[in-house]
Write a protein that binds this ligand. Sequence first.
Ligand code: GDP
Length: 497
Amino acid sequence: SKVRIYTLAKDLGVENAKMLELLDGLGVSYKSVSSTIEEETVELIKEMLAEEAAQEGGAAAPQTAATQAATPDAEQDAPTGTPAAAPAQADVSEVPHRAPVVTIMGHVDHGKTSLLDYIRKTKVAAKEAGGITQHVGAFEAQTSKGKIVFIDTPGHEAFTTIRARGANVADIAIIVIAADDSLMPQTREAIAHAQAANVPMLIAINKVDLPQADPDRVKTDLTQLNLVPEEYGGDLVVVPVSAKTGEGVEDLLEYISLTAELEDLRADPKGTFGGVIIEGKVDKQAGVLATVMVQEGTLHVSDFLVVGESYGKIKAMTDSNGNRIKEAGPSTPVQVLGFSEVPSSGEKVQSARNEHAAREIVAQRADERRDAENARVQRRLTLEEMMGPLGSVRTVNLILRADTQGSVEAIQGILARKESDDVKINVMLAGIGAPTEGDVLLASTAEATILCFSVTASGGVKKVAEGKGVDIKSFRIIYELIDEVDRLIKGNVEPVF
Ligand code: GDP
């Protein structure tokens, strides 16, 4: 009988990534780890693993073609029965795995907050005496598959604000779609944001407890965005859940862990510290409090932290359950007391050995900023900067906003025909209604132009766009909009002097 890839991996005690690699070697096609494979294939896999174990027991000789593309760690993860693989294969795999950081996005009222609440209620270890549970921007859920860190601010604004500062915090995005409402404008936005960040997506179809729930419609609608659920032969993981009854939440967590495993997330607790600000605030009693996500290395009380052009010494740290802690390793959100100024979410955090070193970093950054400012005034763009690397396919990134679905589709249809071998037109997001601040952030991270048809940006959004150097252009006639796209394409193809 057939068996799912991840089930087999589990049974054989092999990582999913390893299993996929073996299947690749056998030339067996699959869509994802939840695809099923034939019994004969299962036998072959077992043989290959046994052979590998025998070989590694010997001299860790190069293996079959199946593992040619293998990363060294995948080989070490195989259940070889031997204590350690050859030393030459050491490096990457010695860096330990870290927990995934997950963000939940989706349309308003589709249940993002409810889902986070359900997970927090059921999966967060009871706080210890003296701990005060409070919103710190992230929390750690304990699951049977290990720790999963959730960013506690639902919605794509937080996600993109962080990305707009050049940081990436989330490893996986959960897109919540209500089963009684299907795809809505903000669902499309959330998907565009996850895609722009190149973050793997899982779809949670929520509210399946409702009588009017129609998960099939959601799946069909997704297909129209070229996101094809596994059941329909694609590779999109879609999990039906109810934040109300808890149905499916366990499956969702399991899929998160599976995805994390495939992503092979690692960070070295002994490495140089690196982190990102999740949020900062002023507490009337305590002073400046900031939640830092530790991404690399370990943070200790009394370390000096540098954010932007300010620094501070950590006076105290608490974990997301409100417990005092002395140190925190990778994928741990910690609330830190000791910053002198309120840092903004998305700012990168470095550490310094002592105050002197912290000051030096700050001084150097101030210098660099001034130099960059001067340079910007003086410098002319080089040809390469204007055109992108020579000989490569260039991409025009666009965000499209129009008054009706009909216009959106009409414009997309025309744009598709403008593509050529040299220029790709990437419509990152096409939506109905005026452009939002979220669009501007998305555009600024991707250097996209926002094109509006029969809608205009509000004053506030225009201001943000100006501040970020994002172009918003509005048109009332489709062909004028298309002319503008032609100009963008030309600008990308040949230099205009
Ligand atoms: P958000 O805006 O995406 O954060 O959505 P909320 O979590 O605030 O949920 C919006 C509404 O939907 C609230 O009234 C919730 O009680 C309700 N809701 C959320 N999840 C479910 C669910 O799984 N089943 C049902 N029946 N209602 C839900």
